[in-house]
Design a protein. Structure first.
Length: 128
């Protein structure tokens, strides 16, 4: 695995994700904005990007669009506090591999990482 790019404007989420991935021996780069994420994608390859949906500046959908233009083979997991039909549709149209509702357990995230890194598309059911 080339490493995982984690993008979230919440520093607590970034710390938690870093700890989860470190415990699994998975290299990660954690950044707090879409702009920083695009800089990282420009500099190196990632096996996977995990991004929050609701962030200042670029939201997770727009970041994913731009990220996939730069790295078309990079799978993406989008995290959101509420999966709506609109978000699920936009995610699918964008090419996002999976949408996960916050909060989630570390084991759920690791299972999703394994599934998405294994190129399986796994979709959560839209709510609302």
């Amino acid at each position: 695995m080339e490493g995982i790019l984690v993008v979230d404007d919440d520093s607590i989420i970034l710390q938690l994700m870093k700890r989860i991935l470190d415990n699994e021996g998975i290299e990660s780069v954690c950044v707090s904005s879409g702009e920083e994420a695009l800089e990282q994608i420009e500099e190196r390859s990632f096996s996977l990007m995990i991004t929050d949906y609701n962030m200042p500046g670029l939201n997770g959908i727009e970041l994913s669009r731009r990220g996939l233009e730069m790295a078309p083979q990079m799978p993406i997991i989008l995290n959101t506090s509420g999966i709506t039909q609109k978000i699920a549709r936009l995610a699918m149209e964008t090419g996002i591999s999976k949408v996960m509702a916050k909060p989630y357990l570390p084991d759920e995230m690791l299972e999703s990482i394994r599934a998405v890194a294994g190129k399986r598309r796994v979709w959560a059911s839209p709510v609302g």
